[in-house]
Write a new protein. Sequence first.
Length: 188
Amino acid sequence: MPSSPCPPISDADWPEEITDLRESFAGALNVYRTMAHHPALLRAWAPLRQHVVKENALGPELTEVVILRAGLRMGSAYEWAHHVSRALALGFSEHRITAIRGTPEGIDGLIVNAVDALFDERMLGKEQEAELADAIGRKAVIDLIAMVGFYSVLGYLLKTYDTPIDDAIQQEAQKKPSLFSLVPSSTS
């Protein structure tokens, strides 16, 4: 397999015009080290990332449900593994994470169905949007829609450039390979 034309950029090759981003969020993950091949895009991405990932109306737990399902639907092993790690750090049980692969109950089920609708229908139906808005609020619904778009773009980049899962996540995944794998083995 040929090597990626956009592997994660090392510190030594990091573009000077975005040194400040390397010292903040972008230097910590291979996804942003890959995106650093386009410094202007990474700079523009930073404030949207801050809102979508950190300051959205969904809160940390529902954010992880959205991202896990979007990563699954994108077929992005990178996003799945990284967000399994984040979900575990937030206190998710292995059962809850595994349920997100299928159709969980309760609010997680509403979120999973919404993500699926965005991938399958490219929209939320009126009744589905109303039910979701009742459950989590309209701003959270809009943030959910934006989050699916945001993580779709990341998934396209990650898959196109075969961005490797970061070492720390790979080490964590070795302890529970079936949970961290995008496609769990049937023998686990």
